[in-house]
Design a protein around this ligand. Structure first.
Ligand SMILES: [Zn+2]
Length: 419
């Protein structure tokens, strides 16, 4: 039996209330045109409320780009009817493959969006010859659909994080991210531009009070705006400082010491010892091997401030292994007083920061088993990758859509066939 194109289309993308009629190959074999016709026995439906409504008139033929067949573009052609809906008046009919004024069919949008989780928008546009803009439109639509259909019930752990995006230090150069980091799920829940109090509030408001009500653990960095807003919005939840952010801050302090040492020894042979040690110093000693380890040991013998800062950094690692908050507190206080006596500016500053946030650091020790402790760091890294890939995107809107699409674990409209 010969298989007609309309048979294939019916088998993979059936249209409720409509039939595929004539198909023809044109444009020198580059284009398949498919005429769509309304089912004779079925009345039209209103596009707003989908209730049956009597016909009013016909509009001009419109075209929609569908999923390609053997690399050939497939265009659906149909002249939409207008109906008289008791509620919505004269309005265009419901067409199951259509979405607003979009020139892509719904299944094509889902198809492109699925690929855009694996490839960049640009690459998808090139592979399927539809261009960047159409792929973005498709992803944008699928993301909005996903946001409307996702479920936020039962959130237990939430992480609040920031990313630098753009130039300078102004508020708009940051992005605030809200993650789910509990045992059932890790995903991006919200993205807002800026990292001021009002920005975080805007992001939380969007999730809605019902979604936030079940949250019992909140993880964040030590950014003051977040520390102010979190207790107001998550009453009764345990607020902890994430390990990842503390480590980041400590590493920055150690690196500052190293740079000061380097500047002081400019031109002298010792300068060589710490030059190029940047990443080695920040690693855990147990993970430093071979030549790097030798270089590190040599540096330690020079009695530089960098060496002492490094020792403090290594000693602090122990904090994270505590199970009892009482022991952790003792350790923390001893470490802080040791760092404060070190006479190394950046380390003293870091110690003061820890001291100010002691209760929230101890909350981490107490509640770490309730959340996925590596999740904030993992999501932060993944967001960074998307942001970097999105460096060409000048607009925040594109970044937002791509972050939701790749890391939001949003549901997608289901296609009956896997393409
Ligand atoms: Zn209606």
């Amino acid at each position: 039996m010969d298989v007609k194109i309309s048979t294939l289309l019916n088998a993979t993308q059936r249209l409720e209330g409509f039939v595929y009629e004539h198909t023809r190959l044109c444009g020198g074999g580059l284009r398949i045109e498919v005429e769509v016709r309304a089912h004779r026995q079925r009345a039209a439906r209103c596009s707003q409320c989908q209730c049956l409504a009597p016909g009013y008139d016909h509009l001009e033929v419109r075209e929609w780009l569908g999923i390609p067949l053997w690399g050939i573009d497939v265009w659906l052609r149909y002249a939409p009817r207008r109906v008289t809906c008791p509620t919505h008046g004269v309005i265009v009919e419901h067409m199951p493959w259509n979405e607003g004024k979009n020139t892509l069919t719904v299944s094509m949008m889902v198809f492109l969006a699925q690929w855009a989780r694996r490839l960049s928008i640009k690459e998808v546009g090139v592979v399927f010859r539809v261009g960047w803009h159409r792929v973005f439109q498709a992803v944008d639509w699928v993301v909005q659909w996903g946001l409307e259909h996702r479920t936020l019930a039962g959130l237990v752990g939430v992480g609040i994080d920031e990313l630098h995006w753009g130039k300078g230090q102004r508020n708009k150069a940051y992005v605030t991210l809200i993650y789910q980091v509990d045992k059932c799920q890790r995903r991006v829940l919200g993205i807002v531009r800026g990292h001021a109090q009002k920005d975080l509030r805007r992001g939380l408001r969007r999730l809605g009070p019902e979604a936030l009500a079940s949250v019992r653990y909140v993880c964040s960095d030590m950014w003051k705006a977040y520390l102010t807003v979190i207790p107001q919005w998550f009453r009764g939840a345990v607020h902890m400082i994430d390990r990842f952010h503390v480590t980041q801050l400590l590493n920055q302090a150690v690196d500052k010491v190293r740079r000061t040492d380097m500047a002081a020894m400019k031109g002298r042979p010792q300068a060589k010892r710490i030059k190029g040690l940047r990443w080695t110093i920040l690693r855990r000693f147990s993970r430093v091997r071979g030549r790097a380890r030798q270089a590190l040991t040599r540096m330690m013998s020079t009695r530089l401030a960098t060496g002492r800062a490094w020792q403090l950094k290594e000693a602090f690692l122990h904090f994270w292994s505590y199970r009892s908050t009482r022991c952790a507190r003792e350790f923390l206080r001893a470490w802080v007083s040791r760092a404060k006596r070190s006479r190394i500016g950046p380390m003293q500053k870091f110690a003061a920061t820890l001291q100010r946030h002691e209760p929230m650091l101890l909350n981490w020790i107490q509640a770490r088993d309730e959340i996925m402790t590596g999740a904030v760091e993992g999501l932060n890294n993944k967001c960074r990758v998307v942001t970097r890939r999105a460096y060409g995107y000048r607009s925040f809107a594109v970044l937002e859509v791509m972050l939701y699409h790749t890391l939001g674990k949003l549901p997608m409209p289901e296609l009956t066939h896997r393409f």
